[in-house]
Design a binder for this molecule. Structure first.
Ligand code: ADP
Ligand code: GLC
Length: 479
């Protein structure tokens, strides 16, 4: 079975969050399971700079996206996973680290065109006119950036072509002015609420939700949540209507996130050598200028600093945390008021609060390995990978019980304590977070109880094998 997997991010070439991790590790797991899968990504500068294999360029017909473009065929660096790169300098050769925004932090004015082109090329590769000999049997799109492709297939004569859309985050919808409709070659007749229109705009995500044959989200709980007004971002009606086509498949984690083999951390360890985790804590404290206090509870966060992630709840609790033997290490980037407040806290509590406002892959691994507790009080969380990484590294997660966090973290009080992996709270407010934080702090003073949580987390199977099989069954049911 041939699968075309389309994504706007792929680790380690271009990453703003978990989409990049999944777009690497899920196709890799499927590739290793013998599936003939190719991943299509845009040729941003960061992608083009890392291409090493021979690239066999295929020119794309000029009328397709109205600007010169070619398709490069290569493999993801360091792997044998086939990669297709849409090389179109006019759309993707842009400055700055973000694939979506200019260096001033504003969305690129022509994102509709850029990701409309990605979707258009995906559709083209599924058609008889594809320049490649390799033809997909199924198109697997991810998030709004490629969600227009199923609509293009349906509206341009291939309504039965098998398509799957995975929603990694319903809050990002790709909604644009209706004027883009004609520039994207979309029939004006499709601009109505049963098709592409969403509150007067052209919505890429809604198009995918409406036209893809099957839909998945990245955890079972989130698949249920998005059918409600609280989590549905206005699309709950459509999602409820399509509930029989909607499935939640929990993400796994890439084998590169393993403390025994991770080259980015100071000291390798596993369950049989858990004492070495303390060496990572010590190294992290030194690296971040935190006091060398082995007994303090070291709290880590690696996150986008946004409302979704509940960083404001953490800000409300930081001062109280400083009344206890606690240190905090935050790595993140986001809106500037939040960044400024975090900076102020780190200045007020030198040696106790460290704030790194950046995107750093090595530091993310070091914080996950060196912290005792990982804070993840997200208001909503489709899956969340950071809590999975934390558990694999014996770092105990404290999470808001929502979406994938609810599906992956078991509170030590929920079941019998022997099965717990972390701490959960139910209401997304600072009081609930604080109460649960005090519970975690108390538990930390009982090494045996803490060790049980660590051990359970490290034994949790977060590999992709199971989920990859679920995707495979889904593919098979569609082809
Ligand atoms: P989301 O995709 O919503 O941001 P996830 O938990 O699914 O949340 O995935 C986040 C991914 O991005 C993880 O791999 C995490 O380590 C990484 N990440 C987030 N912020 C940073 C940062 N500032 N520096 C490095 N990695 C980060
Ligand atoms: C999104 C979600 C996150 C999920 C990731 C990968 O970014 O916010 O919860 O883990 O996609 O699926």
């Amino acid at each position: 079975m041939n699968i075309l997997f389309v994504s706007s991010e792929i680790h380690p070439l271009i990453k703003t969050g978990g989409l990049a991790d999944v777009s690497r590790s899920l196709p890799l797991a499927l590739h290793q399971a013998g599936v003939n899968i190719r991943v299509l990504v845009p040729g941003y500068p960061a992608v083009m700079a890392r291409l090493t294999e021979p690239c066999q360029p295929q020119l794309l017909a000029p009328e397709l996206i109205h600007t010169p473009a070619q398709l490069l065929q290569t493999t993801l660096p360091g792997t044998s996973l086939p990669l297709l790169v849409l090389d179109c300098p006019a759309l993707f050769d842009r400055p700055g680290p973000s694939p979506y925004q200019n260096p001033q932090g504003q969305d690129w004015w022509d994102n509709a065109l850029r990701f409309g082109a990605l979707s258009r090329i995906a559709q083209h590769l599924c058609s008889a006119h594809s320049p490649l000999e390799w033809r997909p049997d199924l198109l697997h799109c991810n998030d709004w950036q490629s969600a227009l492709a199923p609509a293009l297939l349906a509206l341009h004569g291939q309504p039965t072509f098998p398509t799957l859309l995975t929603v990694h985050n319903l809050a990002f919808q790709g909604n644009f002015d209706a004027l883009w409709l004609s520039r994207l070659g979309l029939p004006v007749g499709a601009f109505h609420p049963e098709a592409l229109e969403f509150h007067g705009q052209l919505s890429f995500l809604k198009a995918g939700l409406r036209f893809a044959q099957r839909l998945t989200t990245v955890s079972p709980r989130y698949a249920q949540e998005i059918q409600t007004a609280q989590f549905g971002c206005g699309l709950e009606g459509l999602l409820h209507q399509r509930q029989s086509d909607l499935l939640g498949i929990l993400n796994g984690i890439d084998p590169e996130w393993h403390p025994a083999t991770d080259p980015l951390i100071a000291h390798a360890y596993d369950l049989s050598k858990l004492a070495s985790k303390a060496l990572n804590k010590e190294a992290l404290q030194r690296h971040l200028g935190l006091r060398a206090e082995p007994q303090s509870l070291l709290v880590g966060m690696v996150t986008r600093l946004t409302h979704q992630k509940g960083i404001d709840l953490v800000l409300e609790c930081l001062e109280s945390m400083m009344q206890h033997p606690v240190q905090v290490a935050i790595l993140g980037s986001g809106d500037s008021p939040t960044e400024n407040r975090l900076r102020e806290f780190s200045i007020r509590h030198p040696g106790r609060i460290s704030v790194t406002l950046a995107f750093s892959e090595p530091l993310s691994h070091q914080i996950i390995a060196g912290s005792d507790l990982l804070l993840m009080p997200s208001r909503f969380e489709p899956c969340g990978l950071t809590q999975l990484y934390a558990m694999a590294y014996g770092t105990v997660p404290l999470v808001h019980r929502t979406g994938g966090l609810a599906d992956t973290v078991r509170d030590e009080l929920d079941a019998d304590q022997q099965a717990g992996t972390g701490f959960c709270f139910d209401q997304p407010n600072a009081d609930a977070l604080w109460g649960t934080f005090l519970r975690a702090l108390q538990c930390y003073s009982h090494p045996e109880r803490w060790r049980t949580l660590q051990t359970n987390g490290m034994r949790r199977d977060s590999s992709w094998e199971h989920a990859a099989q679920e995707y495979l069954s889904l593919y098979q049911s569609l082809c």
